[in-house]
Design a protein around this ligand. Structure first.
Ligand code: ATP
Length: 233
């Protein structure tokens, strides 16, 4: 299994949890810890290496010129393109290293933010899934082991082990522009004041879709409408 380390708090915790699972020998695990350098500033790269050393995570770093390319292709809103290209580079490396799984450090807050992002920005209802089979990389599976863990609990871990984790190390994130995710995060925070357990409701919505009350859906790339079979009954 390849454990993808961005140097952020989430993937560092995920790495430690996998090491703990391996130590307890309850499941048979072969682990590779991989980090892709998308064009980090040298200081950022050093921080990534230092954090992993401090946490005793044996890291393989490889390079891919993603920041520049995403900026070129996607201009003012490169985050989506950057994430897509990152994913491809990670799958490729994981496969090269003989892994059949790629673990990413997305957590509960990422999951509900993605649901809201799709709803409010793309006009679609779509969840981030806890595991999925890679479409373009035969035999590879993507897993998200931190799916149910809340971000605030992860932050507590970071404080406890005394590291200084990286945030997304690009200029867009630094200025907090061009990335709707930050706005969605703030929106959910605001909603929490007036809607009890709003995070739980957003999460549960994906488990409670009433297919008989849906206007249209897409499956295997094809669009369907509830009217397609309206007169059949
Ligand atoms: N440069 C990278 N190298 C390796 N894995 C990465 C890289 N960037 C992202 N990932 C993986 O994808 C996951 C999600 O990426 P995202 O950018 O949303 O996370 P992050 O907030 O930057 O970092 P983290 O999730 O580690 O705190 C990361 O948790 C990590 O597993």
């Amino acid at each position: 299994m390849a454990v993808a380390i961005s140097g952020g708090k989430d993937s560092l915790l995920m790495a430690k949890l996998f090491q703990e699972l391996q130590r307890q020998r309850q499941v048979e695990l072969e682990l590779e810890f991989i980090a892709m350098d998308p064009g980090y500033h040298p200081n950022i790269k050093e921080l990534l290496i230092d954090n992993c050393k401090h946490l005793q995570i044996p890291l393989h770093i490889f390079e891919a010129d993603i920041f520049k390319i995403a900026q070129k292709i996607a201009g003012d809103y490169p985050c989506y393109m950057c994430a897509k290209m990152r994913r491809g580079a990670l799958y490729t490396k994981a496969q090269e290293m003989g892994c059949n799984k790629l673990a990413l450090g997305h957590h509960f807050d990422d999951v509900i933010e993605t649901t809201m992002l799709n709803l409010l920005c793309a006009g679609s209802f779509k969840n981030m899934l806890p595991k999925l089979k890679a479409k373009n990389f035969a035999g590879m599976e993507l897993i998200r082991p931190l799916y149910l863990i809340k971000e605030k609990d992860i932050s507590r871990f970071t404080g406890y082990c005394g590291i200084w984790p990286l945030n997304c190390a690009c200029m867009v994130a630094a200025k907090k522009i061009g990335n709707k995710r930050y706005e969605i995060k703030a929106l959910i925070e605001d909603l929490r004041e007036n809607f009890q357990e709003v995070e739980k409701s957003i999460f549960r919505a994906g488990h409670n879709v009433y297919l008989d009350s849906i206007l249209g859906w897409k499956k295997d790339g094809e669009h369907h409408s509830y009217l397609d079979h309206y007169d059949d009954e």
